[in-house]
Write a protein that binds this ligand. Sequence first.
Ligand code: TPP
Ligand code: MG
Length: 659
Amino acid sequence: MVEKARSGHPGGAMGGADFIHILYNEFLRYDPMDMTWKNRDRFFLDPGHMSPMLYAVLCLAGFYSLEDLKQFRQWGSVTPGHPEVDLLRGVENTSGPLGQGHAMAVGAAIAERFLSARFGEWMEHKTYAFISDGGVQEEISQGAGRLAGHLGLHNLIMFYDSNDIQLSTTTSEVTTENTALKYEAWGWSVITIEGNNPEEIRKALNKAINEKEKPTLIIGKTIMGKGAVKEDGSSYERQTATHGMPLGEAGASFEKSIANLGGDPAAPFSIFPEVAETYGVRRQALINEAAERKEAEKAWASENRELAAKLERFFSGKAPEFDFASVAQKENQATRSASSTVLAALAGKIENLVVSSADLSNSDKTDGFLKKTTPFRKGDFSGSFLQAGVAELTMACVMNGMALHGGVIPACGTFFVFSDYMKPAVRLAALMELPVKYIWTHDAFRVGEDGPTHQPVEQEAQIRLMEKLLNHKGHNSLLVLRPADVHETTAAWKMALENVSTPTALILSRQNITNLPVAGNGFESALKLEKGAYIVQDDAKNPDVVLLASGSEVSTLLEGAALLRQRDQLSVRVVSVPSEGLFRQQPETYQKQVLPCGIPRFGLTAGLPVTLEGLTGDTGSVWGMNSFGYSAPYKVLDEKLGFNGENVYIQVKKLLAGV
Ligand SMILES: Cc1ncc(C[n+]2csc(CCOP(=O)(O)OP(=O)(O)O)c2C)c(N)n1
Ligand SMILES: [Mg+2]
């Protein structure tokens, strides 16, 4: 594959092939006829660069044709360089960004425990992860390793392809850690084997499968580029060059290496009859075994009709039903508190909602949910809360893994400024179309006394860039909502739960916000949020100026609007824009109705001005932040930084005067 594509990573794949062959041919349990079977074992490949190894085994298992393999890494092929997720072809997930893949496996293993706790151990299955030197070195392995050990995820079995070679050096040049002791310290069972020895692999896997207390790490000492030889027949194993180059280019002989491994250099894309037979037998055995287990599942379902219906609902991928109009919000609260109220209402009602926080539950207000449930503990997954510890990236990856597993709706919270720590996982969620919910609170410099390190400024602009990035289905890859009061927060949560096709971010305030002055039912009015932007207050069909903002800045605009009317008899429109990305998807006529052409627009944002400049256009202006902020009580910061009605008045007057 790599040789034909003239690009890819042969060395690691050749060393890991023995393990992957034994795993697929003897251990991994799935239904080749039905890859969506809920109780299949999951396999997560952390080093996505070893995808040729996965494609090869999945070809033998009947999911890819040899033709597909010949198209490795080519335009329009089903064999991209680093596959993300392609369930029907057997790719549960692979990670290009090293480390994230095995953290996702931890999430899948947690989801399995969560579901088994509710529906019974008959649902029990394993999650296998494959990790390489790169994944072990990535910092996220600390979070994943700690969490899996702490929670006693005995259903998680990880093979470490320890070939002592990485991309540009040998591992000895960057690490001298004792990896086995490290994982043992985290509470793992660790088995070290010769990773190319079939008997040792089998023995280790059997031990891991029977482990009841701990996750298992099998450290397989493997041989990079196993079987590679040079033109003169001498060994070309354990060479860094084979990490990311075709063998021929790296210095080995492609033909001689194929021959040395028992293949046919004249026909490198061929499956020998005895291999086809072995995999055929395995395939049939898997089909039979799955059929048997499905019979048992059916018997369970007919005896437990209500539970069975619930299980189907959990895995349906459909939005759960919930009466959001019944959520009783207290007026004039911070939107993080409003989110807490919604979460408290959802607890126990949306039974497969799993909420997590990176040690900030009392600040990000996910504790509204936690108070009504219990956190996961080793041996007890009856609750619905994951205390992730201070590990935002791990938490976000674990959420992705839960979503990939299916059956649960993952949501996680932390301070908005720490979305920086989560971004790599948010990106993968967006790419893989996973409906994870992010609860990001303390949305602006109004965190005040904590100082600039804790004040999000550029984060909103960064995150909103992903509203402009389309996923493979051509949709915005992330839905970002910054509600302007408690009712918009309820509406935003409704949208988050109804969004089953992409991740959703909720950006919420720390400080109280005065409710928007809407006539009638606040929640009914807030549902206009579904259009991404809507008119909150309007003086005329063609006002003198349109004021735009999201979140708490909408209230500040309302104060400014009152001054503009009172002092200068101007007619003003105030627009709440919780999501520019969503607004831009609305019909042109609606967009023009909200933002008519030819009327000056003024934007106010606690983020960078660029957050709103796409909406205010050439003839408008934006008052935003252009520094990291300062340490002071938030009311002082508001005054000093110009976030008050008076400054809105001054800036709008300047805009209208053309200054
Ligand atoms: C987060 C991240 N950083 C860097 C890379 C680039 N990269 C790809 S593989 C690799 C290291 C390869 O070493 P190892 O994981 O041991 O794989 P092997 O060389 O054994 O195949 C690096 C740095 C990446 N894919 N992801
Ligand atoms: Mg390696």
